[in-house]
Write a protein that binds this ligand. Sequence first.
Ligand code: OAD
Length: 268
Amino acid sequence: MQGEFGPLVEGSSIRYSQKTMSDMNDQEQAISKAAGVVRSARRLAALTGAGISAESGLQTFRGAGGLWEGHRVEEVATPHAFRRDPAFVWRFYNLRRANLAKVAPNPGHQALVHLEERWGADAFTLVTQNVDGLHFAAGSQNVLEIHGTLRRVRCSGCDRTEDRGVEALPDLPRCEACGELLRPDVVWFQESLPPGIWERAERAVSEADCLLVVGTSAVVYPAAGLIDVARWHGATVVEVNSEPTGAAVDVVLRGPAGRLLPELVRRL
Ligand code: OAD
């Protein structure tokens, strides 16, 4: 006998429990609802976090306790840590830069490229907290990297920025123009977002009819505040996350973004 959701073979051990069946029904309803919301949106926005890159092989921040060599990320990614021990901070970032050379965008990133192609870059804005550059690598164009990018460096003296891709950098890289220490061009804890980018992100989500919130724990502000901005302006918020979060959203798609986003796109 073929059950609605797969094989239900009499006497076999492959049986879905009542609970699993009702979970599947809920999921089916949620994805249909999300597809309807996205389909009817004139303008779309997405807010992504580390979870969308998890299936590319990059660790999330709060996964594995969010520790690096026994230190909380919040202790490494700060201006204070860089002043105290720049080599230590660069070691952390050089490892992360080296990891980028080994990873590629996954179907979750690609599904968002598809949405941009379908809606047009004027009507689809992708706001990301990720510094891995995988949205651009996938082909998305209207991307606001609100926490900066690991692929760029910035001089801590003269503020000059330079794209260095994933090339290996020395432990203490220096600015060719002024000789001061370079730093990764990312936003650290206790720092403000790059000028202008927040206003663009806020505008995009406030104009959107639907905001997709993908792979973020939604606990780091101001980024997480974009969800409230969107709802305040009447957008329907669809969350795609493998785990529950505390975010106030309208539709929840529970599972890996690399599977659910392509499935959502297929149903449009
Ligand atoms: P987190 O590590 O806090 O959260 C990752 C989220 O992704 C969690 O909610 C997971 O459940 C979810 N997740 C994991 N794998 C997934 C998958 N395959 N599909 C869907 N969801 C999945 O990362 P962020 O929310 O991005 O800031 O963290 C926000 C900010 O905190 C970062 O940008 C960074 C960090 O400290 C700065 O560095 C300024």
